[in-house]
Design a binder for this molecule. Structure first.
Ligand SMILES: C[S@@+](CC[C@H](N)C(=O)[O-])C[C@H]1O[C@@H](n2cnc3c(N)ncnc32)[C@H](O)[C@@H]1O
Length: 239
């Protein structure tokens, strides 16, 4: 179910060594628009929320994540921000009793892989199909009528290894599976392997993803930004 327990202690150093560009993610997310209340699904260690909270101190921001170790780091990081609330929850059983004008996920529970010349496809951290349906229903219930859903985009995944800022070497290995792919994440300190984590991802075609969101009044609104053109999110509106 996409737990990041093994990776949590190294997550920030890997991500801030060039894996994600957090200021650019937040530029793509708010894009100059006013937002009163925002929910991030799969907020991890809170790196996006921190950037957002600094820029928008008046916006009520909620973060949800499944992995307690990730959320503990987010709690520490975000304790200076009175406008941020965090909850440890699985999106498949999401229970917030609140609606938001913007719900988003970046590299979190659901995201899109976008590559020029190819149909985008959706990647889910949730391997079971029924759980995906439950999660998307819960997600929809958290969006106010007229509100938006933004799901992050990433370029195609591939195997590589590269040094990170603390001198360790990060590597990833991707294996196709019947339901999508499996990704192995590793961190090595010289000859010593300090982190090893495997996540089983399920993938959906763009049409399947739209069909799963449609019953809840959520439709792709054409505001897609191609990842390789610098866009960071696919946008959906809720009627
Ligand atoms: C790659 S991290 C992204 C974190 C953050 N959005 C960022 O950009 O740094 C994915 C996060 O999704 C969370 N996640 C995966 N499945 C989840 C689920 N079913 N419910 C809630 N969170 C989930 C994981 O615990 C992990 O922290």
């Amino acid at each position: 179910m996409g737990r990041y327990s093994e990776m949590s202690g190294f997550y920030d150093v890997i991500m801030t060594s060039g894996y994600y560009d957090y200021p650019k993610i937040v530029d793509g997310l708010i894009n100059g628009h006013p937002v009163a209340n925002v929910l991030e699904l799969g907020c991890g260690t809170g790196l996006i929320i921190e950037e957002l909270a600094k820029r928008r101190p008046q916006t009520a921001i909620t973060g949800v994540d499944l992995t307690p170790e990730m959320l503990a780091i987010a709690q520490d990081r975000l304790s200076p921000f009175a406008n941020v609330k965090l909850f440890q929850q699985n999106v498949c059983e999401l229970d917030l009793h609140a609606q938001h004008d913007l719900v988003f996920s970046y590299g979190g529970v659901w995201y899109f892989v976008v590559q020029k010349g190819h149909e985008p496809f959706m990647v889910s951290h949730i391997a079971d199909h029924e759980d995906n349906l439950k999660g998307l229903e819960k997600l929809a219930a958290c969006i106010a009528p007229g509100g938006r859903l933004m799901l992050g985009t990433q370029g195609p995944h591939f195997n590589y290894e590269r040094p990170i800022s603390n001198g360790m070497v990060y590597s990833q290995v991707i294996e196709p599976t019947e339901i999508g792919f499996t990704k192995h994440y590793f961190l090595d300190d010289g000859a010593r392997r300090v982190m090893s984590q495997t996540i089983h991802y399920r993938t959906y075609t763009f049409a399947q993803a739209c069909d799963m969101l449609k019953p809840w009044g959520i439709e792709f609104d054409g505001l897609a930004h191609h990842h390789d053109e610098g866009g960071m999110f696919m946008g959906f509106s809720k009627s």
